[in-house]
Design a protein around this ligand. Structure first.
Ligand code: RIB
Length: 313
């Protein structure tokens, strides 16, 4: 059994990632902690509650976390995911409510409950993880593996040329978490573009599927598809990206990872032009010990097969 806690700024591909964790047979999603990022905190919470309900898993607890980064003003991605983060669907409010515990405390409590067994999927700005570290500095030794979707490995960012969104929004939190001693696997944006995008011509099976989950997926990712294909700041690729879902697919089936390497990684939090830049020391030039397994390539065919299995219900 793979026991997961998912930390999310619920919009678009976060929803797809949650569906993997909620619907895959050998996975137990123990908790969802929510942070502001793609959208405002209350919107991300509402989207998480809708997602657990749509997945038929309303019992999975959703916890309220940080409404802004550690020291900076919040930057959101409504321009990517739509005004509600769900492609503008404005789904009816879910029946469930957010759980009473604060997210950082829920992360620590869940890690204590499943010490040595829990894996965390961090698919958002890392603010909640940073607060959880303040709560319990021993957290890295209790968490079996921390999967981080974030950064770019010596390649173009997606919010500035230098930075990927999650690391850009809260670079201080990313720096703190990467230096804390977790067993980190980093899934950077470049791999997600290379091996995690389904092009329009590859989306046919999902467009024709007609299940509740396939329709939910298409609606939640509608904004991101339009952004990818047409937005002047987007990559001009006519397809849907799945950075978060690709990360969770790797946690479920490590064979999705086809190439990786251990490197020293840190995040720029002093610069302005380079805010959120992820230094991936692929040549060892820093002389610092590697602190991450960095994914270099992924198996798109296996990911696609898993996605179709999840959405087919
Ligand atoms: O840069 C991609 C990341 O930023 C993904 O986690 C996406 O959901 C957004 O939060």
């Amino acid at each position: 059994m793979l026991r997961l806690l998912m930390d999310t700024d619920t919009a678009g591909d976060d929803v797809t990632s949650m569906l993997f964790a909620l619907r895959w047979p050998e996975v137990s999603l123990e908790a969802v902690s929510v942070v502001a990022g793609n959208v405002y905190l209350d919107e991300a919470i509402a989207n998480a509650l809708v997602t657990v309900e749509k997945a038929g898993r309303p019992e999975v607890p959703v916890f309220r976390g940080a409404a802004k980064p550690l020291v900076r003003d919040l930057v959101t991605a409504h321009y990517v995911h739509g005004d509600d983060g769900m492609g503008g669907a404005h789904f009816p409010k879910a029946g469930g409510e957010v759980a009473p515990l604060y997210a950082a405390n829920a992360i620590v409590e869940t890690a204590n409950r499943f010490a040595g067994e829990l894996q965390i999927i961090a698919q958002a700005p890392l603010t909640n993880l940073a607060f959880a570290l303040l709560e319990d500095p021993e957290l890295p030794r209790k968490v079996e593996r921390l999967w981080i979707m974030g950064g770019a490995n010596n390649s173009l960012g997606n919010i500035t040329p230098a930075a990927e969104f999650n690391f850009y929004v809260d670079p201080e939190a990313a720096h703190v978490v990467l230096q804390a001693g977790f067993n980190v696997t980093l899934v950077p944006w470049d791999v997600c573009l290379l091996d995690g995008v389904l092009l329009r011509e590859e989306l046919g099976p999902i467009l024709d599927m007609g299940t509740e989950l396939s329709e939910f997926y298409l609606q939640a990712n509608k904004g991101a598809w339009e952004f990818m294909a047409t937005h002047p700041h987007g990559p001009r690729i006519d397809g849907i990206s799945h950075p978060d879902a690709l990360t969770t697919a790797m946690a479920i089936d490590p064979k999705v990872i086809t190439a990786s390497g251990r490197f020293y990684v840190d995040v720029e939090h002093g610069g302005e032009l380079t805010r959120g830049y992820s230094l991936v020391d692929i040549s060892g030039a820093t002389g610092l010990d590697p602190n991450c397994e960095v994914v270099l390539r992924a198996n798109k065919a296996r990911f696609t097969e898993m996605l179709l299995q999840v959405l087919s219900g």
